[in-house]
Design a protein around this ligand. Structure first.
Ligand code: AMP
Ligand code: MG
Length: 359
């Protein structure tokens, strides 16, 4: 299949520009589009055939449900039932925006879209291109991140092309996304509101509206533990990973820099293509190595915006081993470190004095 790349000018968006993409979606085809979080791979959420195409194009396991994107809260009772008051409160505060709610699904939503579950994930994106596409198509659009399954999510149209060209009908190119990490997912079907995936909207933000909200235990784990059941099925898979083997060091920054330098030197001496994931503050402390910086350490939003692009850059340079620093884990850093730990397959090493003493 030929994939058409359509460049859109954000300063000059008109509904007519979406007619063709909307027609493709209504005909059961797939269209990738930017949202404020990451690029999405869209298909008609009520068409089981379109959902099947999404799974096939991404190589995604069929038990990993899709998020359904809407442009009007009127869609909520069409797609979900037994909607609690908390859902309306969250919608009022965070939509349109990077927040996804899990609710009980209505019968019109095919199980193909929800990975066989009786619940549905719903989000109203704020990105203007996403909103216009949903509106002009007149559909509810199922859209997981527009990457090949397991790879870092896509934050630019060129990433989508890299992973999915030849497999989907169209890519709407709206430039780099704003946030760069996927939406915060909050499950409202249990006794307490549970965050299944951290994102730009933090636990503290959610607690402003729902004081009893908590992280699902699977979010907080620090190591691979297959005994903890992930309620968001997608979170159980290896994810966001560059092709090279990534190890992340934590501890005091000076210990981290030393450990990264030592381990990178070792792999480089063994003849492997080795690279370092660093920050603006530390990037000059690795002379003789290939170093990519994700930004200033205190700028968590900047790091969020660069992270997936940087992980892909390591692939472009053919890095076989990557050694990385860890970053702050408060605020948006919760989501940054969650993605980085998954990208490293939970290969996190403490770089403090104790680890040196052991050797
Ligand atoms: P993606 O759009 O690629 O970021 O993937 C969507 C994420 O939402 C995955 O981690 C899914 O497991 C999660 N998700 C979607 N629907 C549900 C649901 N009904 N219950 C729990 N998690 C869900
Ligand atoms: Mg994804």
């Amino acid at each position: 299949m030929d994939t058409r790349m359509v460049l859109l000018d954000r300063d000059n968006l008109k509904e007519e520009q979406f007619a063709e993409a909307a027609e493709l979606l209504r005909n059961g085809e797939l269209v990738a589009f930017p949202t404020e979080t990451v690029y999405g791979l869209g298909g008609n959420a009520l068409d089981p055939g379109a959902s099947a195409k999404i799974y096939a194009a991404k190589g995604r396991p069929s038990d990993n449900p899709l998020i359904v994107h809407i442009c009007d809260t009127a869609a909520l009772p069409v797609l979900a039932k037994n909607i609690p008051e908390s859902a309306w409160k969250l919608a009022e505060r965070f939509w349109p925006g990077p927040m996804t709610m899990i609710l009980e699904k209505q019968d019109i939503v095919p199980k193909e879209t929800t990975g066989g579950l009786n619940t549905i994930a719903i989000r109203m994106p704020s990105d203007e291109i996403a909103a216009m596409l949903i509106k002009v198509s007149g559909l509810y659009i199922a859209a997981p991140s527009a990457n090949a399954s397991g790879r870092p999510s896509t934050t630019k149209a060129s990433h989508v092309w890299e992973d999915l060209h030849g497999r989907i009908a169209m890519i709407l190119d709206g430039g780099s996304v704003q946030i760069g990490l996927e939406s915060t997912i909050i499950d409202l079907t249990g006794e307490k509101p549970l965050i299944l995936r951290p994102g730009y909207i933090t636990l503290e933000d959610i607690r402003d509206i729902l004081p009893d909200a908590e992280f699902d235990p699977a979010v907080l784990r620090r190591e691979r533990n297959d005994n903890i059941v992930a309620k968001a099925p997608g979170m159980k898979y290896r994810h966001y990973a560059p092709k090279g083997e990534l190890t992340v060091f934590e501890g005091d920054l000076s210990d981290v820099v030393e450990a990264v330098r030592r381990e990178a030197a070792r792999k480089q001496a063994e003849g492997y293509k080795t690279a370092i994931l660093a920050s603006e503050e530390t990037k000059d402390r690795y002379p003789g190595f290939i170093v990519l910086s994700v930004g200033k350490r205190e700028d968590e939003e900047g790091i969020a915006a660069c992270l997936f692009d940087t992980l892909r850059e390591f692939d472009h340079m053919g890095a076989e081993y990557i050694f990385g620093e860890c970053f702050r884990s408060d605020g948006v850093g919760q989501a940054v470190m969650n993605r980085l730990m998954k990208a490293a397959g939970y290969h996190i090493v403490y770089a403090g004095p104790k680890s040196r003493a052991k050797k």
